[in-house]
Design a protein around this ligand. Structure first.
Ligand SMILES: C[S@@+](CC[C@H](N)C(=O)[O-])C[C@H]1O[C@@H](n2cnc3c(N)ncnc32)[C@H](O)[C@@H]1O
Length: 244
């Protein structure tokens, strides 16, 4: 097994090596991993998709807990880093390139994604945003200033992602996203069949929440803690469109 290098960081007993152009692990990543691992009833584990895996943290976190993980990313740099980090932690997971769900097959019990700031990233914008992500005070300031503009620009990307996620989710499955309350509300309005299960604010990152969606016909199935006391429910309608 490879030894951690000077640049690696211990993240809840997970060793992560960071790389230029790949998102580092922050509080949003950690909360997404924790919420995902708890989103279905223990001791159930099953198939999980870590969509936009970046460093591989979420997938590794789940694989260490017995999940059968597929970790995908559109960026070759991210895939390389996720493979290194999976090996560093001695976990088995399938890591492959996919633009959203293009190369993904079958259904999952859990789909988790911490989406990029914009839908149509290039290697350059990925380099820029992943570097910015490492300077948290500046990233938070920008989020406050231009967050509303960015979230409106990426909504179509999120709607496409959520529509496809619905097709790859088992009936009692859960879909988790790191998004703003406005985006959660818009997704509920624009993607029929999803209901809100819970949302939890990401500490230290203004306006971001880990939001858990379920399918309208299966609310209440497979819950670890039915909208736990730690979670908050958004003040929005919980079922829109409704595939019955
Ligand atoms: C904000 S980072 C999150 C990384 C990691 N999941 C985390 O939470 O730290 C977004 C990730 O999504 C990937 N990504 C962006 N567009 C994508 C797409 N169309 N399909 C798959 N992955 C994509 C990026 O390469 C990047 O690794």
């Amino acid at each position: 097994m490879r030894q951690p290098t000077m640049s690696s960081v211990e993240q809840s007993h997970i060793q992560i090596e960071n790389a230029l152009g790949v998102c580092n692990v922050r509080q949003d990543t950690r909360l997404l991993a924790q919420e995902t691992a708890q989103a279905v009833m223990k001791p159930v584990t099953g198939r999980a998709l870590d969509l936009g895996t970046g460093s591989g943290y979420v997938g590794i976190f789940l694989a260490l807990r017995g999940w059968q993980v597929d970790a995908v990313d559109v960026s070759p740099r991210a895939l390389k880093q996720a493979r290194r980090n999976a090996a560093l932690n001695g976990v088995q997971m399938r890591i492959f390139r996919s633009n959203l769900f293009e190369a993904v097959e079958g259904c999952y019990d859990i789909i988790a994604c911490n989406p990029p700031m914009r839908g149509n990233e290039t290697e350059w914008t990925r380099l820029l945003t992943s570097t910015l992500r490492r300077v948290e005070p500046l990233a938070n300031l920008l989020l406050r200033l231009i967050g509303p503009v960015l979230e409106r620009k990426r909504l179509a990307f999120l709607v496409e992602m959520a529509s496809r996620a619905r097709q790859h989710l088992h009936p009692a499955g859960r879909f988790l996203l790191v998004i703003s309350p406005w985006e959660a509300k818009a997704l509920l309005e624009q993607v029929p069949g999803f209901v809100l299960i819970s949302s939890r604010p990401v500490e230290g990152i203004p306006g971001l929440q880990v939001v858990t969606f379920g399918l309208a016909t299966n609310v209440g199935h497979a819950m670890a803690e039915p909208v736990s006391s730690k979670s908050q429910t958004l003040a929005v309608p919980t079922t829109i469109g409704g595939s019955s």
